[in-house]
Design a protein around this ligand. Structure first.
Ligand SMILES: [Zn+2]
Length: 58
């Protein structure tokens, strides 16, 4: 992870000293891989999977 310096408080963003730091830290967090597009894709995949399972169950 790169040590970015905040433009608002000129402290490392990783320290989270101001709202700008915390906002950019959230954007860089590992949880940010879960984009809305990926969420839609996962829901579609789950729907297809449940369809396949219901077909197999018959
Ligand atoms: Zn800051």
């Amino acid at each position: 992870m790169t040590d970015l310096v905040c433009a608002a408080c000129s402290r490392p963003v990783t320290e989270g000293r101001c709202p700008t730091c915390r906002a950019s830290r959230l954007q860089q967090s590992p949880g940010s891989w879960l984009t809305p597009e990926l969420l839609v894709l996962l829901i579609a995949a789950a729907a297809v999977l449940s369809l396949v399972v219901s077909h197999l169950a018959r």
